[in-house]
Design a protein around this ligand. Structure first.
Ligand SMILES: NC(=O)c1ccc[n+]([C@@H]2O[C@H](COP(=O)([O-])OP(=O)(O)OC[C@H]3O[C@@H](n4cnc5c(N)ncnc54)[C@H](O)[C@@H]3O)[C@@H](O)[C@H]2O)c1
Length: 659
């Protein structure tokens, strides 16, 4: 059944945002609040939100008007729930209040409607049990601000029908959100469970006099974080942190009740930004943070260990799968990487000893290592696996089901195609490099194939290396460069004619991939470039060496040193690409071109001629590659790299300091 009508109960910070998201998704939505002034405020917030979108050119005025017209406002629950398909409750985080809302909603909503809660922490079963339809009750946990944040955690209660979970996830996808299915109804679900341990830790650091909030925040900012943890606590609200920790202290362990600084501020009604003071004083919307030297008593490693520990507990308890935890943390906490990706760089004993030290130092069992970590089985615990069939009864739609990050397709007529198929504009990570390497091996001795097209799924080639991967030290970072170099060199040596099909973005590692092919076809409007120097990096997958060989030092400098994007026309002019096509024609043109080549060139001649060309282009290249990788090793430790990546992820201009 296709959802058409929605209701949101509670028109506050979250409720108005969720209603706006529904309206933008084309649904009719009634927004209900007990207080008329809350409805008034929600109405103006929604129209301000839509006006901002118009200003940014994201929607037209006409679209904004019709979007606003899809929201109706009411103070009456019966009216709000008439004829709806889905309700999302977003009243304050008070268990008794939420239960009452669910009792009323159950009476007022059509029998088939799905009743969802946007609770941050409370078990969904608490609400479901109040209704006559627990099988149609789920959690749909949006993040703040709802119109911006992509993540929605979808949570079943033990009696939820699997098809209802799928239905809710589907609604999220239609809203352009990324649903992460939580497998078990557990307090705080994924993101807030991990976040609660962080909050507890930072409070204990201050409680024990280990460091001041300003010292901790100075350290965090030095690590490239846009906001320190205490500034963030004030920003989100001390009451929100306090309520969560109190709930956890009852629902999971009394140890969560040990955060004294947070409890004290809460008792003093110093709730952070909203009351003008919390850990800091807030003036004109900004925290007044005194100058402080970054602490050396708290390290990122402490936070990593705590988050990895919580992630492993979630896996052990069957709350979530490793891959989903990373998706939820990156999207929900605005992080460049999640705890699972970080955990891959450490051993069980490294994490266990750090956790043992923290739990002893702060006398807090929340930090004691999870069973798998204590038992030396961290690696096994975080291994990615699929959900149990019973937890995932319905197959994902075909578009979601992916064979892997790189596909090999046989197109007939002596042509094969290697297709990069990755999220975020086909960005390339270590897994994609491995898959590309396998694809090269698969085609190496394939006598049926003479020409190999190399392209990207969808409307883009590749926007480059994934910048959200975690590397624990400069050696790993350097090895990641060498790995890319190795795979791209194998591609350049593949005894077939290789043709890159560039479209959308061919940036950084994406352009290095294209440059590792023999020929390059390009769609008009493709954004081409090696922007590494604007991020505090250098091209690391042989781009520095290949660009010079292909274009000469002067033109390579235009690409590498200026770091600017280049048009397809300019790339054609300097000989970087061999032909330019309109975007809608490129795929067909490329296949036609490849088939024609496959029928006209002699495979063995191509194989040998290619080796000769490669030979001719050689000269000091190994030393250059070694230096390229070593440069990345050096850059790993620079502040400019952290700043470059933080600015990129935060969508702001970097402030490089030359160190
Ligand atoms: N604010 C966040 O960052 C955030 C993020 C994710 C989830 N949440 C969760 O979303 C829920 C709402 O949080 P919020 O920040 O929007 O709170 P809020 O205080 O801004 O809004 C709550 C609204 O509910 C209304 N309300 C109170 N009782 C009601 C009733 N009986 N019937 C109808 N309306 C009623 C209030 O008038 C208010 O407008 C909470 O469960 C919270 O934990 C909050």
């Amino acid at each position: 059944m296709e959802a058409k009508r929605m209701a949101v109960i509670g028109a506050g910070q979250m409720g108005h945002g969720i209603a706006q998201v529904f309206a933008q998704g084309g649904y009719r939505v009634s927004l209900m609040d007990k207080y008329p002034e809350a409805l008034e405020k929600a109405k103006s917030r929604i129209s301000e939100g839509l006006a901002r979108l118009v200003q940014k050119g994201r929607v037209t005025e006409e679209e904004a008007r019709s979007c606003a017209g899809r929201v109706s406002y009411t103070g009456d629950m019966n009216e709000a729930l008439q004829g709806i398909d889905v309700m999302v409750e977003a009243v304050p985080e008070l268990p008794e209040l939420k239960k009452e809302v669910f009792r009323d909603a159950d009476k007022a909503a059509p029998a088939g409607a799905v009743l969802a809660s946007n609770t941050s922490n409370i078990r969904i079963s608490d609400m479901a049990e109040q209704t006559s339809r627990p099988e149609r009750v789920v959690g749909m946990h949006f993040f703040n601000p709802a119109p911006v944040m992509k993540l929605v955690e979808v949570i079943p209660n033990p009696r939820t029908e699997p098809s209802v979970v799928e239905y809710a996830a589907d609604v999220c996808r239609k809203l352009g959100k990324t649903p992460v299915k939580v497998l078990k109804d557990s307090p705080g679900f994924i993101v807030n469970r991990i976040n609660a341990a962080d909050m507890l830790f930072f409070s204990l650091v201050v409680d024990a006099g280990v460091a001041t909030p300003a010292e901790v925040d100075a350290y965090a900012k030095g690590q490239g974080m846009p906001m320190g943890p205490f500034e963030l606590l004030d920003f989100v609200g001390i009451d929100v942190a306090h309520d969560s920790l109190q709930y956890f202290s009852k629902a999971i362990s009394p140890e969560y009740g040990k955060a004294k600084s947070i409890a004290r501020l809460y008792g003093e009604k110093r709730l952070g930004k909203k009351t003008g003071g919390g850990f800091y004083e807030w003036v004109e919307g900004r925290a007044r943070i005194e100058q402080a030297a970054p602490t050396d008593k708290v390290t990122l490693m402490d936070v990593f260990a705590i988050e990895i520990n919580e992630a492993v507990k979630l896996i052990e308890e069957g709350v979530a799968l490793p891959g989903d935890i990373d998706t939820a943390v990156t999207l929900g906490m605005n992080r460049p990487f999640g705890p699972i990706s970080v955990a891959r760089s450490f051993t069980s004993s490294e994490i266990a000893s750090r956790l043992n030290e923290l739990s002893a130092r702060f006398g807090c069992a929340v930090f004691a290592p999870a069973a798998s970590i204590a038992g030396g089985k961290l690696r096994e615990a975080i291994e990615d696996r699929k959900a149990e069939p019973k937890a995932e009864p319905k197959a994902e739609p075909a578009a979601q089901a992916k064979a892997g990050p790189v596909a090999v397709e046989r197109l007939g007529g002596g042509v094969a195609r290697i297709v990069l198929d990755r999220p975020r504009r086909n960005t390339i990570n270590a897994e994609a490099l491995d898959a590309l390497d396998r694809a090269i091996t698969e085609l190496w001795d394939d006598r049926e194939t003479a020409v190999v097209l190399v392209g990207g799924r969808g409307d883009t080639f590749s926007a480059g290396a994934e910048l959200s991967q975690f590397f624990s030290n400069s050696v790993d970072f350097m090895e990641f460069s060498r790995k890319g170099q190795r795979v791209f060199r194998r591609l350049s040596e593949l005894p077939k004619l290789t043709v890159a099909v560039m479209k959308g973005y061919a940036l950084g590692g994406g352009l290095e991939l294209a440059m590792s092919c023999d020929l390059r076809l390009c769609a008009d409007e493709t954004q081409i470039g090696l922007p590494e120097v604007t991020l505090g990096l250098v091209p690391g997958w042989s781009g520095t060496q290949r660009a010079v060989k292909l274009l000469g030092a002067a033109r390579a400098s235009e690409l590498i040193l200026a770091g600017r994007r280049m048009t397809a026309a300019r790339a054609y002019e300097i000989g970087l690409v061999h032909a330019v096509f309109p975007p809608r024609d490129i795929e067909e043109a490329a296949v036609g071109y490849a088939k024609e080549l496959a029928s006209t060139v002699a495979p063995v001649s191509v194989m040998l001629a290619k080796r000769l060309i490669n030979k001719a282009a050689e000269g000091g290249s190994d030393a250059g590659l070694e230096m390229e990788a070593a440069s990345l090793g050096v850059l790993y430790g620079t502040e400019d790299l952290k700043e470059g990546i933080a600015a990129f992820l935060g969508k702001r201009a970097p402030r490089f300091r030359g160190r």
